[in-house]
Write a protein that binds this ligand. Structure first.
Ligand SMILES: Cc1cc2nc3c(=O)[nH]c(=O)nc-3n(C[C@H](O)[C@H](O)[C@H](O)COP(=O)(O)OP(=O)(O)OC[C@H]3O[C@@H](n4cnc5c(N)ncnc54)[C@H](O)[C@@H]3O)c2cc1C
Length: 401
């Protein structure tokens, strides 16, 4: 235990995208960093695996817009450090019925945060996308430039490699059972399932869908973070039309607000297939997953695809699916905060990313590192991410929508 190989400035628990990005930020600042993961690195049992995540600056809540802008800069910086691409740019297209308030909120966010945007009516959408995207009579859309696709497993691997290059120690198959205050010399002792102990001046818990369990064990704090199992669906593009939907063509990343709430990316990871999925899922215990793609009803999604994509995408059924977990907070805002209590400012939590955190992992890593090293984080409206908000109001942040 006194051995220096078990002593660190910061111990990061959980090596999904958030823990890996945080380890990168810490190692870059010269911190002796340990990254611990309960399963194999780059496993498929959490939230950060797979082939694509959308990046978009168009948010209904304006406090996320600057976080996306900062993140896109760090994505570009990190990929230039590693020498390969994880972020592929595209435009972002949001659409909805005209009585849905989400697009009005997005327009208001774009105005407030100086994000250039274009509002398009049904005819303009058809013209802009050469007839590929069709909107019903009473729908409209908003087009913005800051969008694109991130390759998730590759991005996690990138941050781990960059952290390792800067001296971080990476250990997988190390389940953390508890984090306890070191009453003698300060800091924390991190205890693993196989009996190893590590000492750290500070600790970050980025445990994804397991964050509720671990934070309860460590600090007795009950965070209302619910794991949801969800299914990503890939659909076949009709033969001869594949290039029109491919990344690098004019085809955008997109969100369709209303019922069903749909999101998707241009074809990138599997040639000839396009990702189109419904936002949401069903509650699960991350240690007892149902792994059940039938848990999601696809009827309304099939109708949506039939109506939107000019019959050029086969809407009979997905040809590939992938299971994944969201970690939902009641207000769908993240938790980026100190654990507090006896740990004071020595333990920080990053969790509750509510199905929209991936794009912001670079800024989350920066913020968590700032909280640990200087006790505060600038450039982000931290009031939205406090752990305490659920004690003040069980529903969390009150939204304007
Ligand atoms: C289908 C799907 C689509 C999504 N689409 C988008 C999108 O388009 N855009 C976007 O921005 N976001 C998207 N997201 C959300 C995004 O992927 C997540 O917000 C993000 O991956 C969360 O990362 P994480 O590091 O918090 O969690 P995870 O990736 O789950 O990482 C947590 C890690 O902690 C480990 N761990 C847990 N407990 C312990 C322990 N006790 N000891 C050691 N290790 C432990 C876990 O094994 C895991 O590896 C999507 C999510 C899903 C599921």
């Amino acid at each position: 235990m006194e051995c220096s190989s078990h002593q660190f400035d910061v111990i990061v628990v959980g090596a999904g995208i958030m823990g890996s990005s945080t380890a990168y930020q810490l190692a870059k600042r010269g911190q002796k960093t340990l990254l611990l993961e309960q399963f194999d690195f780059l496993h498929h049992r959490g939230s950060s695996h797979g082939e694509s995540r959308t990046l978009r600056a168009a948010y209904t809540e304006d406090y996320y817009c600057d976080m996306v802008k900062e993140s896109s800069q760090i994505w570009e910086q990190a990929q230039s450090e590693i020498g390969y691409k994880v972020y592929f740019k595209a435009q972002q297209f949001d659409m909805s019925p005209s009585d849905n308030k989400s697009l009005l909120s997005i327009i208001s966010s774009c105005e407030k945060k100086s994000i250039p945007y274009r509002v398009l009516d049904r005819q303009q959408v058809s013209d802009r996308f050469s007839g590929l995207i069709n909107l019903p009579e009473d729908w409209f859309g908003v087009l913005t430039d800051v969008g694109g696709v991130i390759k998730p497993t590759k991005a996690v691997s990138m941050f781990q490699a960059l952290a390792f290059q800067r001296g971080a120690v990476l250990r997988d198959n190390m389940e953390v059972k508890n984090v306890v205050k070191d009453e003698v010399k300060g800091g924390v002792n991190v205890e693993t399932a196989d009996g190893e102990k590590f000492w750290g001046k500070k600790c970050v818990i980025t445990a994804g869908a397991w964050v509720r369990k671990l934070v309860k064990t460590v600090g007795g704090l009950e965070l209302p973070i619910q794991a949801l199992e969800t299914t990503v669906c890939y659909w076949r593009i009709k033969e001869g039309h594949e290039a029109k939907f491919a990344i690098g063509s004019d085809f955008p990343t997109f969100v369709s607000y209303g019922e069903p709430y749909v999101f998707g990316t241009p074809s990138l990871e599997f040639p000839g297939l396009i990702k189109i999925s419904v936002n949401g899922g069903y509650p699960c215990d991350p240690d007892k997953r149902p792994w059940d793609p039938a848990g999601i009803s696809l009827d309304s999604l099939k109708e949506w695809i039939k109506g939107r994509f000019s019959g050029l995408v086969d809407y009979g059924g997905p040809v590939a699916t992938q299971s994944c977990m969201y970690s939902m907070t009641p207000d769908e805002d993240f938790v980026l905060d100190f654990l507090g209590g006896e740990f004071g400012k020595d333990v920080v939590i990053g969790g509750g990313f509510s199905g929209h955190g991936f794009k912001m992992a670079p800024v989350v890593g920066r913020v968590l590192a700032d909280l640990l090293l200087s006790g505060e984080a600038k450039g982000v409206e931290m009031k939205y991410f406090r752990a305490q908000r659920f004690q003040d109001n069980p529903k969390g942040n009150v939204k304007g929508l």
